[in-house]
Design a protein around this ligand. Structure first.
Ligand code: GAL
Length: 818
């Protein structure tokens, strides 16, 4: 095993060296896994022959390669959470991808640093699901919940000087999820070799209980397994400068506690995500035994009736989004490049918070939120003891809840981004006094493991939660939708504030507009798409503007988490009874990560740094552009999502009048709408006025001509040559002047050459059954996104794209060494 310290972050191997050798190595097991979905007798055995198995790398999601098949998750059910009483046939609830069933993974690994006196930890950051883990033929442990982080001490099972065999069996039941859960070893697996005398796994717990402009008290609790030891901790600022140092010699039980002062601390916030680093060195018998480096932030949080939520003493409201864990075409297999791209897109929208609905987030996502500045609501469960789906977490709750919560909190409490825990989402246990007791029991476990952060539950049964005391028990009453009950809940609950733990659930398909333009719940159309005029929602939900009113008018509402930041696989409401349809319509961004119009509605309000001026719909409604009848002369409303208060609209140079935001309806308050514009091809121009009434910005949209060529735009044109970095290239069909052709969809073919490979493609169409991993796909609304993955060698990567009648598209990328 070759370990180069500089490359630690990106590569698979990390070692910390003491004078006389390494004290700790972390080896991420990513390459050369063997995988099979067949029932395999004795596959855990060392002598088992796995030559015919597929070779894969981990993180891996066995189900994302499809094919989509409606039979996979077809159910006849009434979804009670959606208020249904009569069972109907449902398809696509879990993405119609083959996640159900069993899978085996096998991996050989060597431990050159292992010898007597060492300890070996095998760490999983999630395994979907019910992992049974074997090392060298012996079972070392099992876990049930697919979203949990867990580890086993495998010291007694491993051998030095020869290969060790890790075998993992996974099994996913049908009717076990309300969304696409993914399948397999979808998060990292690592082996940690350290001394017997060492810092425990997740043993470093850092908080900042006192923060003033002059100094911060940094409290570090460190659990160790070592007698006769002392602990030296250095704190470094973000430039690597030593800013505090302490040696602890007294140990209580197995825990050192240190209070270090950092002078003139620079505080962590979404706007200033400053990170410090604590390096703790454990000495036993005067010899360095272990070294652990923990990045942390200095910040304070508080939640009070008079000031709401405060970060570093300043009241603010969460501008948050809920995210499921899948990454569209990558499935559940975690990818830091994909997560980073999501966060960049959300940052530009002005979003400052993420809720990991409805389970433990990936550690990669938390690292990125620390670094890029997002507050985090870390959730745990979608079910407690009472089921939503037959084989959901209810099967494990009584036995596993405590250990799942403990691992969530211990593994992640060092992250400054986490400002709240969520013990559950819309758990049916909200009914009855039993549920309130259960809520207290779980919340107490969170408090025991981390007394510094409050706990919420996203509640949908608000009346019951008021009646049975469920909502009163929680630190933070979280309401999912139910805007009409906000006022009553605020008065009834004792906390003095409310969180919109889940809001909106507005549905739309990127680039699709339906006429006449009407506000409607559960609206369906023959093409299984929803309108991007952003006026369609669910029977239980509402429009973004309705939430904005609450957020703006009620000081006791501490923010919102919109359902959802990005579309996700599964839950194709309002088409869960129609096929084909296999992914959500809720996203502010589509499944490919391309912003829908709604993105600009949120941006106009959330991004206070740069102005927003966005026109919809597209302007290609002529008979000659379309197979359907043209809209010439038909009423075609124009909406403008903007941070400006008023604007004037021109169609082919003719003024359609000035619109100003006003309070007649929630939509009038947050959108500028010209509702009786008649379509004529040509141009639509909007001129927005500043506070002084003078023109401040303008936007022009034109009717695109014939499809002519392809426009290729990479989110990053240089990616790291470590085999797993990804560039996301948005491809648009454009006319000869570069205008998007929004209704000229056609199949494109992709070819990648050089030091990279084609990884996947996605067009954001919830009804598409084309597989993500084949190098061809039809555009949707004129666009799609191609994912190109780096190889392990630095050099040029060429992406070529073909489409009939279009000039060839080409883009050069680079894979670079760190
Ligand atoms: C909520 C639920 C989410 C999702 C959403 C769709 O009630 O918590 O998981 O199902 O509805 O609107």
């Amino acid at each position: 095993m070759k370990c180069i310290r500089i490359l630690l972050l990106a590569l698979n191997c990390m070692a910390v060296f003491a004078g006389n050798g390494q004290v700790r190595t972390v080896d991420v097991l990513s390459e050369d896994w063997k995988f099979s979905r067949l029932k395999q007798e004795g596959a855990f055995d060392i002598s088992f022959n796995d030559q015919s198995w597929q070779t894969v790398s981990v993180p891996h999601d066995w189900a994302i390669y499809g094919p989509f098949d409606k039979e996979i998750d077809k159910q006849v059910v009434a979804i009670e959470q959606n208020g249904e009483k009569i069972p109907t046939e449902k398809t696509g609830r879990t993405g119609s991808l083959p996640y159900i069933g069993e899978g085996w993974y096998r991996k050989e690994f060597e431990l050159p640093y292992f010898k007597a006196g060492k300890k070996v930890i095998l760490l999983f950051e999630g395994a979907m699901s019910e992992p049974q883990v074997y090392v060298n033929g012996k079972k070392v442990g099992t876990w049930n919940y697919g979203y949990s982080y867990f580890y086993f001490d495998i010291t007694n099972q491993v051998m030095t000087g020869r290969k060790n065999l890790l075998a993992v069996h996974l099994a996913n039941k049908g009717a076990s999820s309300r969304w696409y859960p993914g399948a397999g070893l979808y998060r990292k697996v690592s082996v940690i070799v350290k001394n017997k005398e060492s810092i425990d796994q997740w043993g470093t717990y850092i908080t900042t209980p006192v923060v003033t402009a002059d100094e911060a008290k940094v409290k570090i609790k460190t659990r160790v397994s070592a007698a006769n030891s002392f602990l030296v901790t250095d704190i470094m600022d973000d430039s690597g400068k030593l800013v505090s140092k302490d040696t602890a010699r007294k140990i209580f039980g197995n825990e050192f506690e240190q209070d270090l002062a950092v002078l003139r601390p620079r505080l962590w916030s979404p706007e200033t995500p400053v990170l410090y680093k604590a390096v703790s060195r454990l000495y036993a018998d005067n010899e360095l035994k272990d070294e652990v480096s923990t990045s942390f932030g200095i910040r304070t949080i508080s939640y009070t009736a008079d000031k709401g939520f405060q970060l570093n003493g300043m009241t603010r409201k969460f501008k948050g989004v809920c995210l499921h864990h899948d990454l569209g075409p990558l499935g559940a297999a975690v990818s830091k490049a994909a997560l980073r791209r999501q966060l960049r897109i959300l940052k530009d929208m002005g979003c400052d918070a993420i809720r990991s609905s409805h389970n433990m987030p990936s550690l990669e996502q938390l690292e990125l939120c620390d670094e890029m500045g997002f507050m985090f609501l870390a959730e745990s469960f979608d079910e407690w003891a009472r089921p939503k789906v037959k084989n959901g977490y209810n099967l494990y709750f009584e036995k596993d809840m405590e250990k799942d919560v403990v691992n969530l909190v211990q593994a992640t409490r060092k992250h400054p981004s986490i400002v709240m825990w969520s013990a559950g989402n819309e758990v049916p246990d909200q009914w009855g006094f039993e549920g309130a007791k259960r809520a207290k029991r779980i919340q107490d476990i969170f408090h025991r493991e981390d007394p510094t952060r409050p706990v919420t539950v996203g509640m949908d049964q608000v009346q019951n939660a008021m009646k049975y005391g469920f909502g009163a028990v929680l630190d933070i009453p979280g309401l999912n939708y139910r805007l009409k009950l906000y006022e009553e809940a605020y008065k009834t609950f004792p906390q003095g504030f409310l969180l919109g733990s889940e809001t909106a659930s507005t549905v739309s398909s990127r680039g699709v507009y339906k006429f006449p333009v009407i506000k409607a719940a559960q609206q369906q159309y023959d093409d299984h798409q929803s309108s991007s005029y952003d006026l369609e929602y669910c029977s239980w939900s509402n429009l973004p503007d309705d939430d904005f009113v609450m957020q703006d008018d009620k000081p006791w509402v501490i923010g919102e988490f919109v359902w959802t930041g990005f579309d996700y696989l599964g839950e194709p409401t309002p088409y869960d009874n129609k096929w084909p349809s296999r992914s959500s319509y809720f996203g502010i961004n589509d499944l490919a990560g391309i912003p829908k119009d709604r993105y600009y509605l949120y941006r106009s309000r959330w991004n206070t740094q740069s102005p927003t001026l966005h026109i919809l719909p597209h302007w290609n409604w002529s008979a000659k552009n379309r197979s359907e009848k043209g809209r010439e002369g038909e009423v075609t409303p124009v909406f403008v999502y903007t941070s400006y208060d008023s604007a004037e609209l021109f169609v082919n140079g003719k003024s359609m009048g000035v619109q100003k935001k006003h309070h007649a309806t929630p939509q009038n308050r947050y959108r500028l709408m010209w509702t009786d514009v008649k379509y004529e091809p040509g141009s639509v121009k909007v001129i927005a006025f500043g506070k002084d009434g003078k023109p401040a910005a303008e936007q022009l949209m034109v009717t695109a001509g014939k499809p002519h060529h392809l426009k290729l735009e990479a989110d990053r044109s240089a990616i790291v040559a470590y085999g797993r970095d990804i560039s996301f290239i948005t491809i648009s069909i454009v006319d000869k002047d570069g205008n998007l052709c929004p209704v000229s969809d056609q199949s494109l073919q992709f070819n990648v050459k050089g030091n990279g490979t084609f990884k996947a493609v996605c067009n954001g169409d919830a009804t598409s059954l084309e597989p993500f991993h084949l190098p061809t796909m039809k555009t949707f609304g004129g666009k799609l996104v191609v994912l190109v993955q780096s190889s392990k060698k630095a050099g040029a990567i060429e992406l070529n794209v073909n489409g009939r009648g279009l000039k060839k598209g080409h883009l050069s990328l680079k894979a670079v060494n760190l």
